[in-house]
Design a protein around this ligand. Structure first.
Ligand SMILES: *Cc1c(COP(=O)(O)O)cnc(C)c1O
Length: 439
């Protein structure tokens, strides 16, 4: 088998090892047993024996998760409800309408596009609806939590857009509005995007919309991470504050299936998005995910406010507990450590963002590196990002945050071997195995 010469050395070695082992397995039953065993191990490790603090993930309501395996997910569904290309769709098309209606209700949005496979595709669809190849857009850079989809290597660049930086006020961790106005007048972008993969504080959406109106640009709020809080009426209300479009992933704080969602307040944009979805790029979409999305939205309609409030309270408590343990957080001086479920730590004292994350993972404490507006760390990310959405759904309240901070400090401050801390992490998790905020 050909080796991918462009992969990092450690990836190439791992893949070769797995393929070598697999090569010895000729019996389909043995391969199947391996596959199913790996799934069990993965779920035990991540869902029951680890403290999940990666902001970009969550656990699903098991009743919604079960819908992902129903046969409706592998039936194609092309065209409008009531006018499907396929026959036999009279039940399925009602599911589609229900999901779309619930999404609009949840966000108080006139239009929702549910036929989007991921947050990245939601951004691509939004770029296609607002700009042509060769046009300029403006987006957050890496030090502001900007996402690859907004840049050259991602959806924006692959579609042929030229991305310019949204000017950043690093000390206040927000958009520099005066410089944005000047730059936008000079660059005439078709679209300005706001928010990214780290959002400690709400952004000045109203002021940005005003700048967009002055230069004839659309405003896109990327709520990949904040969708769950926004659904729970926390953080901010981007559409009401003036964003034309709001995209999100539905599997992060939102807590739903691995999919995407676009909300819009503008009929022209909604029509373009509709045509991009069908007959454009979506063709078939997974109705199993659509059904799971509908059930997840019912959870958020009923429990979303309490879930969002607890996730934010937990993040504030975790930030305070980490500081008390001698682990500094990165936040705006004079403000709370966070106003969302996200927290950021400067990574330099801990050897770099990904390096520290890999070290903590050996203690079953799961989180990731992130870019921060601080000095770079050579060969690594300069920040560490935490999110409290998953531990909140597993029922943890503020009192549990001191316990998490202590376990982290044993590895990060006291330099205990992570393997030695790991049994205590597993024991700590035992008390939090049932899911809250689900119907
Ligand atoms: C995660 C993320 C995305 C991509 O979402 P997927 O659903 O994983 O494709 C887009 N934008 C931001 C800011 C993100 O953090």
């Amino acid at each position: 088998m050909a080796q991918k010469s462009w992969l990092p050395a450690e990836s190439a070695t791992l893949i070769e090892e797995i393929e070598t082992t697999l090569g010895r397995l000729n019996d389909p039953a043995a391969i199947e047993a391996r596959l199913l065993g790996l799934i069990d191990d993965h779920e035990r490790h991540m869902d029951r024996e680890s403290i999940g603090l990666n902001a970009g993930t969550n656990v699903m309501n098991p009743r919604a998760a079960a819908l992902l395996s129903r046969s409706l997910g592998n039936r194609p569904s092309l065209g409008y409800p009531g006018d499907k290309y396929e026959m036999g769709m009279e039940y399925a098309e009602e599911i589609e309408v229900i999901a779309e209606d619930l999404a609009k209700r949840l966000f108080g949005a006139p239009f929702a596009e549910i036929r989007v496979g991921s947050g990245a595709l939601a951004n691509l669809y939004s770029f296609m609806a607002t700009a042509r190849p060769g046009d300029s857009i403006m987006a957050f850079t890496g030090e502001m939590g900007g996402h690859v989809t907004h840049h050259q290597a991602g959806a924006a660049g692959l579609y042929g857009l030229v991305t310019h930086a949204v000017p950043f006020d690093a000390a206040r961790m927000t958009v520099d509005l005066d410089r944005l106005r000047d730059e936008a007048k000079r660059l005439r972008p078709k679209l300005i995007t706001v928010a990214g993969s780290l959002c400690l504080y709400p952004y000045p959406v109203r002021e940005m919309r005003q700048i967009c109106d002055e230069v004839g640009a659309y405003l896109l709020y990327d709520a990949a991470h904040m969708g769950g809080l926004i659904a729970g009426r926390h953080f901010q209300a981007p559409l009401a504050e003036g964003a034309h479009l709001m995209t999100m992933s539905t599997y992060k704080a939102f807590g739903g299936p691995p999919s995407g969602l676009i909300l819009s307040s503008d009929a022209d944009l909604a029509k373009r998005l509709d045509q991009i979805a069908y007959p454009g790029l979506t063709a078939n979409f997974d109705l199993g995910k659509t059904a799971a999305l509908a059930l997840s939205i019912l959870d958020l309609l009923e429990h979303g406010e309490a879930y969002a409030a607890q996730a934010v309270a937990n993040a504030k408590a975790l930030g305070a507990a980490l500081e008390a343990e001698g682990i500094a957080t990165h936040h705006v001086q004079g403000r709370d450590v966070t106003e969302s479920h996200h927290l950021a730590l400067p990574a330099a004292p801990h050897g770099g963002g990904q390096s520290a994350s890999k070290h903590l993972a050996r203690a079953n404490i799961l989180l990731c590196g992130i870019g921060l507006p601080v000095a770079p760390v050579a060969g690594d990310l300069n920040g560490i990002r935490l999110g409290t959405q998953e531990v909140t759904r597993f029922g943890m309240k503020q009192d549990a945050m001191a316990g998490i901070a202590r376990l982290m400090a044993r590895v990060m401050v006291n330099a205990e071997a992570p393997e030695q801390v790991r049994p205590d992490v597993i024991a700590f998790r035992q008390a939090y195995q049932t899911m809250s905020y689900v119907r």
